[in-house]
Write a protein that binds this ligand. Structure first.
Ligand code: NAG
Ligand code: NAG
Ligand code: NAG
Ligand code: NAG
Ligand code: NAG
Ligand code: NAG
Ligand code: NAG
Ligand code: NAG
Ligand code: NAG
Ligand code: NAG
Ligand code: NAG
Ligand code: NAG
Length: 459
């Protein structure tokens, strides 16, 4: 097994209005040394087409390593987060180093001497979320009077910061609304399925005004004998938020009388918190099964590329026993589409051309899905159509690549290769478009980069 994990829900925003702020004095800028279209040798396991673009990023500060990337789709820029590792391999030094590479190849270097809370850097446990108008939110866990909580701090690219805001308990997740003007922090639901949603509005981000204007207690349907196993939030097209959660029948809680053959072992619900509403809508059932599966997990929920509703990917993990009494675990991926009214449009299995159960799926901005699979240090890509049928293999990034991400806005994936002397090579590949039009150009698209570096922190 590869020690590879998907960074959860890093949301990259696109600004709706392209306001390009002129470079500030404290930011040095320099151009990328852009290479001619692939003159280099093609390495093993790597398919390079003439349409690919490659460039090299040179980091001026010695010792910094590439930790993560974010794509700001509308501006077409990359945000790179570089870190300096500490002697303790689980820790980093408390400075924030961000590099913004814009479409023209110009780079802004941002080296902020923040004294980040000890708990955020040792062990390293921090996220950043790029926002509109050249802002990022730094999210970290810190203790206050012995109680761990999640906090956020917004800074702009000139290092102007606003006050720290309390986002909720340490186990929550943070999500921005589709306009970038709202922010929700959802605590992890407790055993009873109760979670606090804290809504913030960013009324004037250029002045850094973030106001908590509501907090809502949310209850999963109180179904006797069911327990909550997984939940996920996602932004709605109207500016609100959706919440999907999975309940499992708990045999220890249920009655021991004769098993009802129609008993639904698993139930999946969705609920919407509409913009401006005081409380979430009554949850609606989107899937249930009488199969006693090992588990159901939600991989993704997002607006469909044609903005007609939402698509969620669920993984159903099941152990099957064949006629030779050999048991085998299979994981099947399903897509579930529903409208903003809650009406279910479709539910169908997604084909998996790999022999591996551990795959990653992304909904593409011009239709279809991108399937990623990491094997023998190679990242393989496949294209599926809207129905989830296999269409074609898209090639792979070889073992020398340490990081992968994509620009969802223009169907471009990229891999980053580590080179000596503080250099990183970016290789961008265009994916085929199944449709000519995407309605999601002005909206935000999430990116879930794979992280292959700093593996030692997740033993
Ligand atoms: C850097 O890029 C800018 C804008 O594309 C261009 O005007 C300038 O000449 C470039 N500088 C160098 C040193 O290539
Ligand atoms: C291509 O690979 C060959 C053999 O490994 C090597 O001799 C040559 O220098 C490489 N060329 C480039 C441009 O890297
Ligand atoms: C997609 O956007 C990125 C970032 O601006 C750019 O480098 C790349 O060339 C674009 N790809 C296509 C196919 O337009
Ligand atoms: C950035 O802001 C922080 C907090 O206000 C301050 O401690 C630090 O010195 C600033 N760094 C730069 C480069 O301005
Ligand atoms: C940040 O800290 C480093 C090391 O402590 C120092 O070399 C550098 O000058 C500082 N930068 C700023 C802008 O304060
Ligand atoms: C950062 O915020 C300050 C204060 O609001 C503002 O003057 C400055 O223009 C902002 N810089 C950028 C790059 O957004
Ligand atoms: C967060 O999760 C950890 C481990 O799952 C648990 O021990 C802790 O009590 C949780 N904290 C809160 C505030 O829910
Ligand atoms: C089922 O999936 C959830 C979400 O990924 C996970 O938290 C839980 O541990 C899994 N349960 C089992 C029995 O594997
Ligand atoms: C499927 O479930 C089994 C049993 O809970 C677990 O060991 C296995 O890791 C799961 N597989 C995946 C891909 O989640
Ligand atoms: C399969 O296993 C069950 C119980 O372990 C046993 O009763 C049955 O005879 C086995 N069947 C075969 C075909 O081996
Ligand atoms: C999957 O496994 C089968 C049987 O072992 C093999 O024939 C096939 O080539 C494999 N497919 C892939 C994509 O690895
Ligand atoms: C990148 O390469 C440098 C020098 O070749 C090496 O010291 C460093 O550990 C590498 N980093 C990663 C993340 O592979």
């Amino acid at each position: 097994m590869f020690n590879l994990k998907v960074l959860i829900t890093f949301i990259c925003l696109i600004s709706i209005c392209c306001s390009f702020v002129s470079s500030q004095n404290i930011l040095s800028s320099q151009n990328i040394s852009s290479r001619d279209i692939l003159s280099q040798n093609t390495s093993q396991n790597q398919d390079i087409s003439t349409q690919d673009i490659s460039f090299i990023y040179k980091e001026p500060i010695n010792g910094l390593i590439l930790y993560n990337t974010y794509t700001l789709s509308l501006e077409g820029s990359f945000l790179i987060w570089m870190i300096l590792e500490d002697k303790d391999p689980e820790c980093i030094l408390p400075h924030l180093h961000l590099r913004l590479i814009d479409k023209t190849g110009k780079i802004k270097y941002m080296d902020f001497n923040y004294t980040l809370p000890a708990e955020a850097i040792c062990p390293f446990n921090m996220e950043i979320l790029p926002l509109t108008y050249n802002y990022v939110m730094i999210i970290y866990v810190k203790s206050n009077n012995g109680i761990k909580g999640k906090y956020g701090k917004i800074i702009n690219y000139s290092n102007e910061s606003i006050n720290e805001i309390y986002l909720g308990n340490a186990n929550g997740s943070v999500e921005f609304s589709i306009s970038g003007k709202g922010l929700i922090s959802i605590e992890k639901p407790d055993k009873e399925g109760i979670a606090i949603w804290r809504l913030f509005s960013i009324s004037d981000i250029t002045r850094g005004k973030v106001i908590e204007h509501k907090n809502v207690e949310f209850h999963a349907p109180n179904l006797l004998s069911y327990t909550l196993v997984d939940s996920l939030s996602f932004p709605l097209t109207d500016g609100g938020f959706g919440f999907m959660y999975i309940l499992k029948y708990d045999e220890t809680k249920g009655s021991s009388v004769m098993r009802d053959p129609n008993l639904q072992y698993w139930r999946v619900y969705t609920s919407f918190l509409r913009v401006g509403a005081d409380s979430p809508m009554a949850p609606f059932l989107v899937y249930q099964t009488t199969k006693k599966l090992n588990n159901i997990t939600i991989k993704l929920c997002t607006v469909t590329y044609n903005a007609e509703g939402y698509v969620c990917i669920m993984a159903l993990n099941n152990t099957i026993t064949n006629k030779n009494n050999k048991s085998q675990t299979e994981v099947n991926y399903y897509q579930l589409r529903f409208l903003s009214t809650g009406a279910i449009v479709r539910l169908n299995i997604i084909s998996n051309p790999t022999n591996n159960t551990n795959i990653n799926l992304k909904s593409l901005n011009y239709g279809g899905f991108l399937l990623q699979h990491h094997d023998n240090s190679v990242m393989d890509y496949y294209l599926l159509d809207d129905d989830g049928n296999y269409m074609q293999s898209l090639g792979s990034f070889g073992p020398e690549f340490i990081h992968f991400n994509m620009f969802r806005i223009n169907n471009t994936i990229f891999g980053i290769k580590n080179q000596s002397n503080n250099k990183w090579e970016f290789l961008l590949k265009s994916l085929p478009r199944l449709n000519n039009q995407s309605k999601l150009l002005i909206s935000f698209l999430s990116s879930h980069p794979y992280k292959k570096i700093l593996e030692k922190t997740d033993k």
